[in-house]
Ligand binder design. Sequence first.
Ligand SMILES: Nc1ncnc2c1ncn2[C@@H]1O[C@H](COP(=O)(O)OP(=O)(O)O)[C@@H](O)[C@H]1O
Ligand SMILES: [Mg+2]
Length: 232
Amino acid sequence: MQRPNRTTGTPVLSGRGLVKRYGTQHALDGVDIDIAAGEAIAIVGPSGSGKTSLLHVLAGILRADAGEIHLAGQRIDQLNESKRSLLRRSEFGFVFQSGMLVAELTAEENAALPLLLSGTSRGDALTAARGWLTRLGLRGKESRRPGELSGGEAQRVAIARALAHQPKVIFADEPTGALDTRTGGETMNALLAAGRETGAAVLVVTHDRDLAAAMPRTVAIRDGRIDVEVPV
Ligand SMILES: Nc1ncnc2c1ncn2[C@@H]1O[C@H](COP(=O)(O)OP(=O)(O)O)[C@@H](O)[C@H]1O
Ligand SMILES: [Mg+2]
């Protein structure tokens, strides 16, 4: 049975008729998606199906060629680059496949970055970052640089960084792709738990069928279209 691709109430984030082209290639070919506040969704699909494009368009990293995006009921796709950049820093959090941490900064400085960029004082930002690192099991490793952390630890720093400014939506693009199965599972659990704790919606691209199957909602993409919503 297919569930409708909508949620009840005002979604925190919604995309309508999203189209993204690269030349003649349709990376997104008319995608409708609603994400409820606090919801966790797995995005699955073959390589090249448009998963990253969907995340980047929804987050305003890429501009769609057609369609509309609303955040908490407000249209955001027509905002100019500086307003979208502000929005990304304040309302969204990002976790990438392999950390993308700043090599020269410590774990707590990396986790504090979005807060520092949005004008929080250094003291307050580091306190918040340390709190998240503790909750993610990284107490005692606050002063390490990324090169001194394991892959799983680095991803938890990236999760702390994605959460420290309490975003409405966290976008995670294959966050466990570079990790072994067990560490990947732990990292995903940490991400979902952190989302539940902050009330952030979590949109996570994963190739791992088991991880996707454990998520409350799975959206499959094929050739730039929503293929099927796998029911739970
Ligand atoms: N910067 C780009 N330039 C040209 N084509 C791109 C670019 N980014 C993605 N594409 C193409 O768009 C399609 C969707 O890519 P992508 O969203 O990265 O898929 P996925 O994340 O599912 O692997 C693919 O065919 C890919 O080759
Ligand atoms: Mg991708």
